[in-house]
Design a protein around this ligand. Structure first.
Ligand code: KIV
Ligand code: ZN
Length: 500
């Protein structure tokens, strides 16, 4: 496959800012420009100076901030627009004019000959000021090809340094894009660029195809922001160039995720979870087959490692979870469950998944704390059954059945609420074995919602002053409390056994 450098022309601050609902302050634009420069793009299209005073201020500030990348301003092929850009002290101007019949007639109200004349005079005016000029025949992909070639040739002869081919309404396919660029290359000598919109979800594929056809520059936006369905996403284009097309760019891929987050935060546009490269799920594995595979060898179920784009792999606990994935995730968090404990944790995770719940890391760790902390291998007291009655006109009552040394014990108690009643019922059964007092009780709902995993953290003390803390984690608060209490009692009993 071919190799060679492809320039990354970033238009997050211009086309990206045209995303419906996005409006950035000059300060925010400067912050983004600095981040893009750090990322390593070649050109930063900082804005459209004739659009507003704020835009002029931002472009000017970015132009003088000493960035390594070229700072570019967009203009219509209009003297007043070009003057506004020159006032910002940019050394790179991107100028455009419509060339498709529909836009020349209804948007521009110009004849084809007037478009050619305006192209020439605008490019010359920019070049007369000693500034790099990139020219775009807007709606190029719906422009009659011979006319497109004429306009581009006129721009080249007037001194344009780059010619960019915009697929303004995103109607190209990879095949047609590659062919168009090849055809244009036959008549043009200047470096060609592509600017693809995502109306059919093909912006990235079309950009890569444009490169196959001979383009050496691609216009992109971070997170694929932009007019309507957006532009080609920087992160996808860059990874595609590097890994699928064996091309080089100046982008430091390790900063891609961080950059995506900065842009999402400042624009207020969230990233869809299943978005390639930067979406939350892009490196998350849930199914047992996949998690086992990636734990053993990541490339089994990943095209490349998440570290390449500054991310980490995530193994998700859910109903498809397998022992390998859960174990790996727990070990990374410092838990080292025994095989039996792991079995219990996985069973609880799957049970939650079957009930339609997403098991977050916090849920998983709470379950692990309850199971591992409960000392499952040495359980002396075990819960066999629990029933509670509560309501406005009934006294909260709990009946608990425990198994101690293989024998069943049942007790009922009333309390101020079902938790209190259940704890008292447990104390009633275990009182002769170990007399414990609840000294602290804390309840945390981990994932929000009434079906959240509840984690109960308690402290119990026996009559000799031994204090232990214990946890329970269940969807049901009463169950979580009972589990915590039984774990606490078991801990005290185990401590006594160890001492004897
Ligand atoms: O999509 C487009 O045609 C543009 C031009 C200004 C290049 O953004
Ligand atoms: Zn565009």
């Amino acid at each position: 496959m071919a190799s060679g450098y492809i320039r990354i022309f970033d238009t997050t601050l211009r086309d990206g800012e045209q995303t419906p609902g996005v409006s950035l302050t000059p300060e925010e634009k400067i912050e983004i420009a600095i981040q893009l420069d750090k990322l390593g793009v070649d050109v930063i299209e900082a804005g459209f100076p004739s659009a507003s005073q704020g835009e002029q201020k931002a472009v000017k500030e970015i132009a003088k901030s000493g960035l390594r990348a070229h700072v570019c301003a967009l203009t219509r092929a209009l003297k007043s627009d070009i003057d506004a850009a020159l006032m910002c002290d940019v050394k790179y101007i991107h100028t455009f004019i419509s060339t498709s019949e529909i836009q020349m007639k209804y948007a521009l109200n110009m004849t084809p000959e007037q478009v050619i004349e305006t192209t020439i005079s605008s490019v010359q005016y920019i070049k007369d000021h000693g500034v790099i000029c990139e020219f775009s025949p807007m709606d190029a992909t719906r422009t009659e090809v011979d006319f497109l070639k004429r306009v581009c040739k006129a721009a080249e002869e007037a001194g344009a340094d780059y010619i960019n081919i915009p697929d303004t309404v995103g109607i190209m396919t990879p095949k047609s894009m590659e062919k168009l660029i090849r055809d244009l290359k036959e008549v043009l000598k200047v470096p060609l660029s592509v600017h693809c919109h995502d109306d059919f979800g093909l912006a990235v594929a079309n950009s890569l195809a444009g490169v196959e056809g001979g383009a050496t520059q691609v216009h992109v936006t971070v997170n694929g922001l932009g007019e309507r369905a957006g532009n080609a996403a920087l992160e996808e284009v860059v990874l595609g160039l590097h890994l699928l097309q064996n091309r080089m760019t100046g982008v430091n891929t390790k900063l891609i995720y961080e950059t995506s987050k900065v842009i999402s935060r400042l624009t207020g546009v969230p990233i869809q979870p299943n978005k390639a490269i930067v979406g939350e799920n892009a490196f998350a594995h849930e199914s047992g087959i996949h998690t086992r595979g990636v734990v053993v060898k990541p490339l089994t179920f990943e095209p490349f490692g998440p570290e390449l784009v500054g991310r980490r792999r995530k193994l998700i606990a859910g109903k498809h979870a397998g022992r390998y994935g859960v174990k790996a995730e727990l070990e990374e968090a410092g838990f080292h469950p025994t095989e039996d404990q792991l079995k219990e944790i996985v069973a609880r995770v799957k049970d939650l998944g079957d009930k339609g719940k997403t098991v977050t890391d916090a849920d998983l760790f709470a379950i692990a704390r309850a199971v591992v902390g409960g000392g499952l291998e040495e359980k002396i007291v075990e819960l066999s059954d629990l029933a509670v009655v509560t309501g406005i006109h009934v006294i909260p009552t709990a009946s608990v059945k425990l198994i101690i040394d293989g024998k069943e014990y049942v007790a009922s108690e009333t309390g101020v609420g079902p938790v209190d009643a259940a704890i008292k019922a447990i104390q009633k059964i275990t009182g002769s074995l170990v007399n414990v007092r609840l000294t602290e009780y804390r309840l945390e709902a981990l994932t929000g919602g009434s079906d959240a995993v509840a984690e109960v953290i308690i402290k119990v003390e026996d009559k000799d002053g031994n204090i232990v803390s214990a946890r329970g984690a269940r969807e049901d608060i009463v169950m979580a409390s009972v589990e915590a209490m039984i774990n606490g009692i078991n801990k005290i009993l185990q401590r006594r056994i160890r001492r004897t």
